[in-house]
Design a protein around this ligand. Structure first.
Ligand code: HEC
Length: 401
């Protein structure tokens, strides 16, 4: 996991390595400027009066110092862009809006660590971190802007991409997603990274709903690059257990750093509880279901709680995950709800048993995830546990199915 500390350290390391590099855009040594205007600010470097809930106020309080540090002599660098066509991310008339909207400054991932401003190293100009006080205030402003816009988007870790096949584990993006992954083949040539055969796999028993994935490139050194243009628009739905093409399946990134890392960010990444086994799929052995599985769902797990009490409506999210409300009135429908949580002839591998027994393939957030040490679970106040009789009853049905 990246932290400000480690990234800052990396940035500092870059600075040390690059000491002596010409800092033509460092205007501190060539006379400060206030070009671009102070936009209502009084030029004061004090944050007094600016709160984290007032991002524009925070920016206005640091604007003069930021322009003096990054604008270059007479504003030739990031204000006017006359020096080496420097990007004009501090241009007027509204310096605040320019800086906020400049791509990558307030990163699309809503992760302040991806901000181009915060991660810049020494270039023709200074790295912001060489002025630690200003760096801290810019970072606080970025954090406030991101917080005002919304939560950090779901994202993979940033990992190096190797030539040939690559796998991103997606299981950490939400609970109970063991087995969810994204695979692709990659080749790179200089700054071009070609990604092909992108396939996504949804875990067993949960589907995935995905929207608008895009890339974030973390170069070995230098500012983080948010690449939304090479991502994908639209939505993708993957059924439980299914492997399918990931959007168009191909991306060509043109700002790649072969020594860098790549992260994939999702505008949305939602696990989807499938309603039932699907149209036209029904239980082959309803007799075994009613004889062995139905009584198992009614076993006391402690203090009178059963699978049925929560999953028939006692707990709304339990019911929406696996609906047992028709267990008594229409067992065929209840059976269809449960059917896609079992693996035929493989009871122990079935999610129906893995989840309430705390096995690796189950949902770790499930309220019941231990097997009872004894067969008695009726003591009030004990933590809920799954009796062996549940496993036995459901196993009998799964083997018959
Ligand atoms: C105290 C309430 C409660 C009891 C009792 C309970 N569950 Fe659940 N169950 C939940 C909730 C809440 C969810 C949905 C959220 C989650 O998966 O953590 C759920 C989800 C599930 C899922 C779906 C998990 C997934 O990842 O999609 C399965 C399978 C399941 N339960 C099986 C059982 C079985 C079998 C029993 C009886 C041995 C049982 N549950 C008893 C509350 C309960």
């Amino acid at each position: 996991m990246d932290s400000f500390a480690s990234r800052s350290f990396a940035a500092l390391f870059g600075i040390v390595a690059a000491l002596g590099a010409a800092a033509a855009c460092s205007s501190k040594s060539s006379g400060g400027v206030t070009a671009g205007g102070t936009d209502g600010g009084d030029g004061s470097t004090s944050d007094v009066g600016a709160t984290p809930t007032d991002p524009p106020g925070m920016f206005h309080a640091l604007q003069a110092e930021l322009v003096a540090t990054c604008g270059g002599a007479g504003g030739q660098c990031h204000v006017n862009g006359t020096f080496l066509s420097a990007p004009k991310w501090l241009a007027g008339p509204d310096v605040y809006a320019t800086c906020r909207d400049y791509p990558g400054n307030i990163p699309a991932s809503n992760d302040p660590l991806d901000s181009k401003l915060v991660t810049q190293v020494v270039h023709e100009g200074p790295a912001l971190i060489t002025t630690p006080d200003l760096f801290d205030r810019v970072r606080a402003w970025v954090v406030a802007e991101v917080a005002a816009r919304g939560a950090k988007l779901p994202a993979t870790d940033a990992i190096p991409v190797k030539t040939g096949s690559n796998t991103y584990d997606l299981s950490a993006l939400a609970g109970g997603l063991t087995g969810a992954k994204l695979t692709f083949d990659a080749t790179s040539s200089g700054k071009i990274l070609t990604i092909q055969n992108m396939m996504i796999t949804a875990p067993f028993a949960k589907g995935l709903h995905i929207e608008g994935p895009f890339y974030v490139i973390v170069p070995a050194s230098g500012p983080t690059i948010t690449d939304t243009t090479d991502g994908f628009a639209g939505t993708l739905d993957v059924s439980s257990g299914e492997t399918k093409s990931f959007f168009e399946g191909t991306s060509v990134l043109t700002k790649w750093d072969p020594a860098g890392k790549l992260k994939i960010v999702f505008a949305r990444f939602d696990p989807v509880f499938p309603d039932d086994a699907g149209p036209g799929v029904s239980c082959a052995n309803l007799g075994a279901f009613t004889a062995s599985a139905v009584p198992a769902f009614k076993l006391d797990l402690g203090s009178g709680n059963t699978c049925q009490t929560c999953h028939a409506g006692g707990n709304a999210s339990a019911k929406s995950a696996m609906d047992l409300s028709l267990l008594d009135s229409a067992p065929a429908s209840a059976c269809q709800q449960v059917l896609h949580r079992i693996l035929g002839k493989n009871p122990t591998g079935s999610q129906l048993i893995q989840t309430p027994t705390g096995a690796a393939g189950g949902d770790p957030s499930h309220p019941v995830k231990t097997v009872c040490p004894t067969q008695t679970t009726t003591d009030a106040g004990v933590q809920l546990c799954t009796p062996q009789a549940f496993v036995d009853g459901v196993t009998t049905w799964i083997n018959a199915e």
